[in-house]
Design a protein around this ligand. Structure first.
Ligand code: ZN
Ligand code: FE
Length: 256
């Protein structure tokens, strides 16, 4: 069993950055430092030895803390080789499917374009954790800024194909607004109704809705459910391939 713990840190207005650490060795990783200050505070408070920063994509709200953290803790910044020129302070470049070791875990980088052309997610194989940046959110998926709907569809399917029990850690707290969209086009889904109650309850208490799991997203996230008959019917796309349903849903969500 892996020993790794994950701390979720709220940053900026609705970003989440993550600190993953071994409580025994104190060795730590940060994923997507939106800003330095709240992360510096946690690293110091827990007395962690920050070794690496992992970056999912180059957007400012995911790399904003890079340089300050690197200067302060002398850690190494890791990102996708083909997008290295857009990631501030990058030290180590990794290719698609490449694995690197941290403590007793194996972390696999997975190319997942669509939100940006160089977006990746990180899969901790033993701990069964996925840090997905802005590809998938709970009950939603990222906006398509670079690339097309098919790229994004394939990227979302890569996350969907991970084992059911994998915990998904995404870059933003967008769950409540995503929920409204899912309910509008998937209103007879009992899993979704159940999740709606949970989400509202958590948000009323000011708590994060993250992490979610692959299984929960399969049951409730409309972008994972493009094969569902009721949904394609609702969109007037019955019998059409899931890629088409996905494209339509993304367009509808952009204007929702
Ligand atoms: Zn982004
Ligand atoms: Fe973002």
């Amino acid at each position: 069993m892996s020993q790794l713990k994950v701390n979720l840190i709220k940053c900026l207005s609705d970003n989440y950055s993550y600190i993953i650490f071994n409580p025994n060795s104190k060795k730590a990783i940060i994923v997507d430092p939106a800003e330095a200050k709240p992360l510096v505070d946690v690293v110091n408070k827990l007395n962690l030895n920050l070794e690496y920063i992992l970056i999912t994509h180059h957007h400012e709200d995911h790399v904003g803390g890079n340089i300050e953290l690197k200067n302060k803790f002398n850690c190494k910044i890791i990102g996708y080789a083909d997008d290295a020129n857009r990631i501030p302070g990058i030290d180590i470049t990794i290719k698609d499917k490449e694995i690197f070791n941290f403590e007793d875990d194996e972390i696999q980088l997975n190319f997942s374009p669509g939100h940006t052309s160089g977006h990746i997610f990180y899969y901790f194989k033993k701990s069964k954790l996925a840090f997905v940046g802005d590809v998938v959110f709970s009950l939603g998926c990222g906006r398509i800024f670079e690339g097309n709907s098919n790229d994004m569809y394939k990227s979302v399917m890569k996350i969907k194909s991970l084992p059911n029990e994998v915990k998904i850690f995404c870059g933003h707290e967008y769950t409540e607004s995503n929920l409204k969209f899912c309910l509008a086009y998937d209103e007879n889904n009992d899993h979704l109704k159940q999740r709606a109650t949970e989400v509202k309850d958590l948000r009323n208490k000011g708590l994060p809705t993250i992490p979610t799991t692959v299984l929960d997203e399969k049951n409730t996230n409309i972008f994972f459910r493009c094969n569902d008959k009721a949904i394609s019917q609702k969109l007037g796309l019955e019998g059409q391939p899931p890629e088409k349903v996905f494209k339509k849903l993304r367009e509808l969500k952009d204007n929702f």
